[in-house]
Design a protein around this ligand. Structure first.
Ligand SMILES: *[C@@H]1O[C@H](CO)[C@@H](O)[C@H](O)[C@H]1NC(C)=O
Ligand SMILES: *[C@@H]1O[C@H](CO)[C@@H](O)[C@H](O)[C@H]1NC(C)=O
Ligand SMILES: *[C@@H]1O[C@H](CO)[C@@H](O)[C@H](O)[C@H]1NC(C)=O
Ligand SMILES: *[C@@H]1O[C@H](CO)[C@@H](O)[C@H](O)[C@H]1NC(C)=O
Ligand SMILES: *[C@@H]1O[C@H](CO)[C@@H](O)[C@H](O)[C@H]1NC(C)=O
Length: 413
């Protein structure tokens, strides 16, 4: 307990000594205390220091003190490996050069030095506040009348001149904004600061390479879940996606969103689809894709020809039709629920229809996806001609019998 108290007293004491020393010949002078500079560039933190007596043994720069007795030497930080050039002279120059600046180098940098004197340590307050910014092109305005502005996250020192590039070629050297009423969707624009022409902003351009992907890939089967996804290469990123589609020869309809999801795709969803993506710079459309929804035969039916009455001995053709994708590639014919051995075409011929051919007929249509039966069609030969003959004979016999009876009766009289 007493030891701990002694420790904190010592820390407080050292701190006050530092302050006192600072006022007695210990000093670090930073030429510029706040710097805003470009990502990728090199910065020099110009600095000088002095001390009353002794010999400097250690010098370094730091941004964080951390929990240690001494702050963390930037020279030991792997983040800065190969990017620090400390060209101080251990006497009075403490200038630090940082190359290939990154945005996360933004921090307050302070210089510390240690001499061979007892308690002869010092660091310069408040340090140099470094802000590292990238260049970015901001697009504002409407469809016809756009303005491009080259923006930074901090205000660049020295009021720089901006250079504008269109498709990589310099078009203007001026202020931070570019006005135009004739931007083309296909052009790309970027900006740079004069003197740092190699540090271009990312280019802005209208969407390009717009494409549609179908998931899952491969055959689209009715009832399955299918997702169409529209994607584009665009900067600024795509603002809106619009789907255009024409189902089964209908009119074009539209919907918005990057994805067109079919939870259970129907044969009626067959048609043409494309998407249009849009950002602040323009629009672009994908190629049209044909959605071809496959399904097993449905709506199978049997028709008979000739239509109308079927008489014994006539020839009858049965035709099976069905809606299927891919088209039906095989038909099976049934009579009274039993397979016809010789009927596997779309048409089934019965020449010389006889009374024992009367009954139920149905067909089964097949494609690679499955099969479907038609409802049964009943074919019978109506009222036989022979019975008419029998009736006529019967009538004649009755009439003859009556005549005979009548003549017999007359003769008896
Ligand atoms: C379009 O995108 C595809 C896939 O991402 C890529 O392979 C192709 O090079 C791109 N084409 C253009 C012109 O950018
Ligand atoms: C079956 O086909 C008929 C005529 O082609 C059509 O009117 C009917 O809507 C279809 N039924 C189904 C379920 O597809
Ligand atoms: C055919 O079979 C179905 C079901 O197996 C049955 O309902 C129908 O009555 C049968 N038809 C004939 C004519 O046997
Ligand atoms: C079609 O009918 C035949 C004969 O009745 C039967 O064996 C077959 O299973 C049926 N097919 C379907 C898909 O219902
Ligand atoms: C069935 O009859 C029709 C009409 O008489 C004929 O065009 C067709 O070729 C015949 N089909 C078979 C498989 O005999």
């Amino acid at each position: 307990m007493s030891l701990r108290t002694a420790g904190s007293v010592l820390v407080v004491f050292l701190w006050s000594v530092t302050v006192v020393l600072g006022q007695n010949g210990w000093r670090v002078t930073y030429t510029t205390q706040s710097i805003c500079t470009l990502k990728g560039s090199t910065v020099e933190l110009t600095c000088s220091f002095r001390y009353p007596r002794g010999k400097v043994t250690t010098t370094f720069w730091f941004t964080e003190w951390g929990t240690g007795v001494e702050p963390k030497d930037l020279g030991q930080d792997p983040e800065y490996a190969g990017r620090l050039e400390y060209h101080g002279d251990k006497k009075k120059d403490c200038t630090l050069k940082i190359t290939d600046l990154r945005e996360r180098d933004s921090a307050t940098y302070k210089f510390r030095f240690i001499t061979d004197q007892t308690r002869g340590k010092y660091y310069g307050h408040p340090g140099v506040t470094l802000s590292v910014t990238g260049l970015q092109v901001k697009v504002t305005g409407g469809h016809q009348d756009k303005t491009l502005t080259c923006i930074t996250t901090c205000t660049l020192t020295d009021n720089p001149t901006y250079i504008w590039y269109k498709n990589g070629h310099k078009v203007k050297e001026d202020t931070s904004s570019l006005d135009s009423d004739s931007f083309s969707d296909a052009d790309s624009y970027s900006c740079a600061v004069k003197g740092h022409e190699d540090l271009l902003s990312p280019a802005v351009y209208g969407p390009r390479n717009t494409s549609v992907s179908v998931s899952p890939s491969g055959e689209i089967v009715e009832g399955s879940s299918v997702t169409l996804t529209c994607s584009s290469d665009a900067n600024p990123p795509v603002q809106s996606y619009t789907w255009w589609y024409k189902k089964n020869g209908g009119d074009y309809q539209s919907m918005t969103g990057p994805q067109h999801v079919f939870n259970q795709i129907q044969s009626s969803d067959t048609g043409e689809y494309y998407c249009v993506s849009q950002n602040e710079m323009g629009t672009d459309r994908s190629r049209t894709i044909n959605m071809d929804v496959k399904y097993a035969p449905k709506n199978t039916s049997v028709s008979v020809s000739p239509s109308g009455e079927i008489v014994e001995g006539s020839s009858v053709t049965l035709t099976c039709s069905s809606d299927a994708n891919p088209p039906v590639d095989k038909y099976t014919w049934y009579f009274q629920n039993e397979t016809f051995l010789n009927g596997c075409g779309q048409m089934y011929n019965i020449s010389n229809f006889r009374s024992e051919d009367s009954g139920h007929y149905h067909c089964e249509a097949w494609n690679g996806r499955g099969s479907r039966n038609s409802t049964a069609l009943m074919i019978i030969i109506p009222g036989k001609q022979t019975s008419v003959l029998t009736a006529a004979v019967g009538i004649i016999v009755v009439v003859l019998v009556l005549i005979l009876c009548f003549s017999g009766f007359m003769w008896f009289r």
